[in-house]
Design a protein around this ligand. Structure first.
Ligand code: ATP
Length: 513
């Protein structure tokens, strides 16, 4: 556990030290769960957005992208169910005065039971060696069966209590399991209460006539209310999709995990409109497609798993998360939901406008069903960043910290490094910079030893360092160093664009999906 915490601390401090993420309003002591992206963070974030946008919009003939406003008519949130049901169950510890999500306390308890089951499996695997049959072991070992059964019972009861809004039972469950405040060990809990996560604000100057508005808690509703505008103007037939990247705001109860859970964050969502009755086929298809998109990043297939939901949201008839192994364990990265016709039907009802689609093949009008894919940009950033950050011991015994980002996502693609400024090396290096700057984001650095400059670029994930020396002036060649292999090669200046491009262009990444 301590080790995981250390890894996480290192991620947070590296992100700050190298210009990726700063606490917001830091000179005023920060603002809880709000963060700013620095010069390298903004580039990485933009590249992640591009990877998503290209894969979802550009590579799918029947998906288009929009950019809807953050402020929307307040009735939208009534129709969507957010005013009445976008709540989290919160519980306070009376001694530590700390606030927790009651459902998360129970889920964490179950995760610990699962850890115990995994330990049993690992122990047995060691004991039996090659003859170990995991499938048989997990279906017969009494301890593993007990741990798994207990988790199932807890999660089913939690799901039932939350569906019935039986918050007293959620508290009973916490008490029965003797769950304590993880930091202080106190079991002195308040009642469980529901807390609405939407931020409110006002539109209009005079306070009497001002309208109450919400900052959107998800981008999806901007897609739903524009669905007919887009369908009519794009002339797409069903199935077709609308994608959007944008900010969302949630007044999260517990926000202690850096950019994993923020109060202002960004979502990348796609709603796929399909004929009723076909939604579960498309749901399965999108689950797989989205997983493949993640896997293509090369962060390790073992770091992803699906988690099918026990408790379905009020709008869904099937839902799963893609979970990623963050430094603090497997947690939700992306949600894939079959949202039925819930949202569009609700908007029809509340707006009084028809939102039907005429299906030529079926010769009937209906409200489309929707399959949604929704990934948090900041969570994805954290997944990629934390997985890529490595400390390596080199052959000569020295150490280096390297951020082995997928090259297409790296903030800087190449560093242009003249050995020294004098003797015309600076001018020559500037010429190379000016030639490559139209294609790639570069940095130019003259200061410090080459070794130090290499280390700095390793730490921000720059795939290539290009060193200009005296020979360059004579034969138009430079040394190019690869971030991952650290191999140095002498190449012609004329070949630089091709060499860099082969490694960092999006085609290389996208063709692996
Ligand atoms: P969680 O259970 O972690 O609160 P959620 O199920 O409420 O998440 P969704 O409403 O499905 O999340 O939102 C879709 C995606 O948006 C999530 O998979 C996650 O990546 C991202 N997301 C949601 N809330 C936050 C947040 N507070 N900070 C950062 N990203 C978030």
């Amino acid at each position: 556990m301590a080790k995981q915490e250390d890894v996480f601390k290192k991620v947070v401090s590296h992100a700050k030290e190298y210009g990726f993420i700063f606490p917001s309003s830091e000179i005023y002591d920060g603002l809880s769960a709000i963060y700013d992206y620095g010069q390298n963070g903004a580039e990485l974030k933009n590249n992640i957005k591009q990877y998503w946008w290209k894969a979802m919009v550009q590579m799918n003939e029947n998906i288009v992208g929009i950019d809807s406003a953050i402020f929307m008519h307040p009735t939208i949130w009534k129709a969507s169910g957010h005013v009445d049901a976008f709540n989290d169950p919160l519980i306070d510890n009376k001694d530590s005065k700390k606030r927790f999500r009651a459902d998360v306390l129970l889920e964490d308890y179950c995760a610990k039971l699962e850890d115990k089951a995994q330990k049993e499996i690992e122990k047995a695997a060691k004991r039996f060696g090659d003859s170990f049959n995991e499938e048989e072991f997990v279906s017969t070992n009494p301890r593993v069966l007990e741990y798994r059964q207990k988790q199932k019972t807890i999660l089913e009861r939690l799901a039932k209590s939350l569906t019935n809004n039986d918050l007293a039972d959620v508290k009973s469950l916490i008490e029965e399991l003797e769950i304590a405040d993880p930091d202080t060990g106190s079991k002195n809990w308040t009642e469980v209460r529901q807390f609405n996560l939407m931020f409110g604000t006002k539109l209009g100057a005079a306070s009497e006539s001002a309208t109450d508005l919400y900052l959107r808690p998800e981008t999806a509703q901007g897609i739903f209310v524009n669905y007919l505008n887009v369908q009519k103007t794009s002339r797409h037939k069903l199935p077709f999709g609308i994608a959007q990247i944008g900010k969302a705001f949630r007044n999260e109860i517990v926000a202690r995990q850096f950019i994993f859970r923020m109060r202002e964050f960004e979502q990348m969502e796609m709603q796929y409109f399909v004929p009723p009755g076909t939604e579960l086929t498309f749901y399965e298809e999108w689950k797989q497609k989205r997983l493949n998109w993640h896997l293509a990043l090369g962060l390790g297939n073992e770091n992803y798993k699906f988690h099918d939901h026990e408790k379905l949201a009020h709008y869904a008839n099937a839902a799963a998360d893609i979970e990623f192994k963050f430094p603090f364990g497997f947690k939700e990265l992306e949600g894939i939901h079959s949202r039925t016709d819930f949202d569009l039907s609700a908007h029809e009802k509340f707006s009084g406008k028809k939102l039907q689609y005429f299906d030529n093949e079926r010769n009937e009008s209906y409200v489309p069903y929707v399959v949604e894919t929704s990934v948090g940009l900041d969570r994805l950033f954290l997944a990629i960043f934390s997985n890529s950050l490595k400390d390596e011991v080199l052959e000569d015994g020295s150490e280096r910290t390297v951020l082995s980002l997928p090259p297409a996502l790296a903030p800087v693609k190449a560093a242009i490094l003249p050995l020294m400024k004098k003797d015309g090396l600076g001018e020559y290096a500037e010429k190379i910079f000016d030639d490559l700057k139209f294609d790639f984001n570069l940095i130019y650095e003259e200061k410090d030893s080459i070794g130090k400059r290499y280390r700095r670029n390793d730490a921000i994930g720059t795939p290539f360092c290009i060193t200009i020396d005296h020979d360059s002036l004579v034969d138009n060649t430079v040394t190019i160093r690869d971030r991952d292999t650290m191999k140095q090669e002498r190449v012609a200046v004329a070949d630089l664009r091709r060499i860099i491009d082969e490694k960092v262009n999006f085609r290389t990444l996208l063709s692996q999906i």
